[in-house]
Write a protein that binds this ligand. Sequence first.
Ligand code: HEC
Ligand code: HEC
Length: 171
Amino acid sequence: MKRMTISVKSGLMRAAAAAIASLLWVSSASAESDVDPKAIWERRCDQCHGDAAEFAHKRLWNIDGQLHGSRHAGDMHRFLGNHHLRVHEIESVIQLLLASSNSTARFDAECGSCHGSASEFVEKSLWVRRDSISGLGTGSDVAEFLLTHQDLSPEDASFFFDLLLHVGNAR
Ligand code: HEC
Ligand code: HEC
């Protein structure tokens, strides 16, 4: 009886030691990947999202230094914490994605002289909902209006529409 208790105990000890060893192994492995967000991306994100820069360019926005998803309102840190990333990896992957995401720079360059910064313009003049925008004073549909404004091509009009949508939903 006594011997059995002992052997159960030492079995448990061995299992505990093995668990600790594997935890140590996992944490040193992730400390390594920490250094290089590109390696994290290749191992754990690439299979679903493809190239990081292309993904960021197609879907993500840098608004005042914060990363925003294409239709993803809410906190990107929290989203990524529930999405294949460990807490200590999130910031470096965010920086990687920010580097290739869209920004409001084009608005500043092409619209800023008349409208000020994108956030100012959105705040003062537009009513931005999830998928649509209207002029606060004019009530006009901004998606349609942009096609008639400043000789914008349909492609540019849709780029600026998306930009305003993101700025509006980021606040
Ligand atoms: C198994 C497939 C899969 C893997 C692996 C994966 N993702 Fe995703 N990811 C998705 C899907 C599907 C969505 C869109 C659904 C959603 O928004 O919840 C998404 C959404 C996102 C978004 C928001 C995009 C947007 O437009 O709002 C980001 C950012 C993102 N993933 C980053 C990552 C990162 C970083 C990794 C690796 C650590 C990763 N994903 C790994 C499937 C995956
Ligand atoms: C030369 C000055 C000028 C530039 C540059 C300019 N706009 Fe405008 N924008 C205006 C004026 C003036 C109006 C008022 C409506 C009109 O055109 O009669 C306006 C109206 C708008 C409206 C509608 C606001 C409402 O209340 O309905 C949007 C949206 C808009 N501009 C977006 C842009 C974007 C995006 C760019 C850059 C591609 C841009 N504008 C560049 C002068 C400018």
